[in-house]
Design a protein around this ligand. Structure first.
Ligand SMILES: *[C@@H]1O[C@H](CO)[C@@H](O)[C@H](O)[C@H]1NC(C)=O
Ligand SMILES: *[C@@H]1O[C@H](CO)[C@@H](O)[C@H](O)[C@H]1NC(C)=O
Ligand SMILES: *[C@@H]1O[C@H](CO)[C@@H](O)[C@H](O)[C@H]1NC(C)=O
Ligand SMILES: *[C@@H]1O[C@H](CO)[C@@H](O)[C@H](O)[C@H]1NC(C)=O
Ligand SMILES: *[C@@H]1O[C@H](CO)[C@@H](O)[C@H](O)[C@H]1NC(C)=O
Ligand SMILES: *[C@@H]1O[C@H](CO)[C@@H](O)[C@H](O)[C@H]1NC(C)=O
Ligand SMILES: *[C@@H]1O[C@H](CO)[C@@H](O)[C@H](O)[C@H]1NC(C)=O
Length: 459
């Protein structure tokens, strides 16, 4: 399953420690019926260091996504960088079913009777309840939502659903259009390919060729699949019946590298160097004379993601995202509301042909989680492309971020500006300012800041 987590920003090597406090906010497990009225405590991190009650600034509200909220708090430096200027109250709200915000404690992932409450609209209602509470207790008037990736989808949707609570939003790398009949399923892989081809055309061509070499080995009996295992130092056994698990894991690795292709090293999903796509491609920018050599090159290229630290004993095909992410929650969300189709043709992208088959996808969800996904619910609830009645949302995207294909790239009205960051990776703009920043990201942040000032009436 594709990781949207990479929204998870990453630590810059020079990330500072941010000072925040923790607050547990009690809210309902089910906001949409009266069949039950029990509640749970969600985790909220906040900082009032820059806030001044005598001259109150806005709330900067991070709409937490699919992971531990500390991670987003530490990796959304933009909010901290702007806080003093705006005298803002900083709030980072953890999404239900992630981190420490478990509605049913350690039983939260037991069955659909628990994780059936893991939905975007329940999470938005948690946020709304919390914002109402903050407004009742602090002298604040304006609230700005911030979020990256799935968190960016949530910040846009907060403004769309609760405009009386949220005055403006920055939706960074938010693929709110990555749904069936809204965005073509092949766009993600095409952009991954573009990012690699930009580093080196020959690298992308070699990657495209490598699938054939892999298939030859994979289908060549147990000795062939054993060679695959050896070549990539895979922890698991590899058999002809499941060598494609290795293939899919390699495929995901390239996507992850493209998402985190920042100009400086980061350590979140995994420790990686600056410009990891370029570093990875440096191992594939040559002509290989045989398949074995080519696959050795691929091993080196993907190790930039999986073993830059040098501490990886063997490569775990069951875990494409990194050490500290469990994608259990996100996989459930893709099996209820967040059904995102992916496909590729191996021509316009550097991968292998695979199709999107919702029938199969639904079967897998039913088997694994006992839940039947609703293919159209996201579009029905949040509008798909039909959001021109919305306002005060900045949609920002890096043009080399694979998720940008599902982002809003065309301005739908004057109050829904689109900011494209040339050469930018996944929600690069939300990261704290760095001496290595590109002029494109510096300019994007300045544009975003002007819009926020305008929309909340700040000088
Ligand atoms: C976030 O930063 C705080 C303070 O600098 C630190 O204590 C904490 O371990 C960090 N957590 C994560 C998940 O990065
Ligand atoms: C809700 O809470 C009250 C007590 O506060 C309880 O009497 C009632 O049975 C609960 N359940 C429902 C479904 O309302
Ligand atoms: C597989 O490898 C073993 C041990 O090296 C060898 O004896 C056997 O003949 C090989 N099988 C095939 C089908 O190549
Ligand atoms: C392939 O299947 C075998 C036997 O079920 C299993 O032990 C192994 O972990 C699987 N390998 C991968 C890469 O999924
Ligand atoms: C990771 O790098 C270390 C140090 O170079 C090496 O010893 C180890 O075998 C590598 N692990 C994998 C899975 O390639
Ligand atoms: C994530 O894992 C890396 C090791 O790969 C570790 O250095 C880092 O502290 C972890 N981050 C969190 C948030 O736990
Ligand atoms: C899609 O999956 C279903 C169920 O597994 C299968 O019957 C069908 O043939 C598949 N369709 C295509 C076009 O592959």
């Amino acid at each position: 399953m594709k990781l949207l987590v990479c929204l998870f920003g990453l630590f810059a090597s020079f990330a500072q420690g941010y000072d925040y406090q923790t607050f547990w906010f009690e809210t309902k497990i089910d906001h949409f019926s009266f069949a039950r009225n029990d509640s749970f405590k969600m985790r909220v991190l906040y900082s009032d260091k820059y806030f001044d009650s005598s001259e109150p600034g806005p709330v900067f509200f991070y709409t937490g996504n699919e992971g531990d909220i500390e991670t987003f708090t530490n990796n959304t430096g933009l909010m901290w960088d702007w806080a003093a200027d705006f005298k803002a109250l900083l709030i980072f709200a953890e999404h239900r079913f992630y981190g420490k915000s478990m509605p049913f404690g350690d039983k939260s992932y037991d069955t659909y009777k628990q994780y059936g409450y893991l939905t975007a609209e329940q999470a938005l209602a948690d946020f709304a309840d919390l914002i109402q509470h903050v407004k009742n207790n602090w002298p604040v008037k304006k609230v700005v939502a911030f979020g990256g990736s799935y968190g960016g989808m949530l910040s846009a949707w907060m403004r769309i659903k609760y405009p009386w609570l949220i005055d403006a939003a920055i939706a960074a790398s938010a693929p709110i259009l990555q749904f069936q009949d809204v965005t073509a399923c092949g766009v993600f892989d095409k952009i991954v390919t573009k990012a690699f081809a930009k580093a080196s055309e020959r690298c992308a061509d070699n990657i495209r060729r490598s699938w054939i070499a892999l298939e030859k080995l994979g289908k060549d009996g147990e000795n062939g699949s054993a060679l695959i295992r050896e070549n990539f130092r895979i922890c698991q056994n590899v058999l002809p019946s499941n060598y494609t698990a290795v293939r899919d894991w390699l495929h995901d690795t390239y996507g992850n590298l493209a998402m985190i292709n920042y100009p400086y090293g980061t350590n979140f999903l995994k420790k990686v160097p600056g410009h990891p796509v370029q570093v990875s491609c440096s191992f594939l920018d040559k002509d290989f004379h045989c398949d074995a050599e080519l696959l050795k090159g691929v091993y080196q290229a993907i190790n930039v993601f999986h073993n830059f630290s040098g501490d990886t004993q063997c490569n775990d095909v069951g875990n494409s995202g990194g050490d500290n992410i469990s994608d259990a929650g996100w996989n459930i969300q893709t099996c209820n509301e967040m059904v995102m189709p992916f496909c590729g043709d191996g021509q316009e992208d550097m991968f292998y042909p695979y199709s999107w088959n919702f029938t199969q996808f639904r079967k897998d969800c039913e088997k694994k989680y006992g839940m039947t996904p609703d293919l159209n619910i996201a579009r029905r609830m949040f509008g798909g492309r039909d959001i021109s009645a919305a306002s005060n949302i900045v949609f920002s995207n890096g043009d080399l971020d694979p998720w940008c294909g599902g982002g809003v790239l065309k301005q739908l009205n004057p109050t829904l500006p689109v900011v494209i960051i040339e050469g930018g990776a996944h929600h690069y703009d939300l990261r704290s300012a760095s001496p290595l920043d590109t002029p494109a990201v510096i300019s994007a942040r300045n544009v975003e800041k002007e819009y926020i000032k305008l929309w909340i009436g700040a000088s």
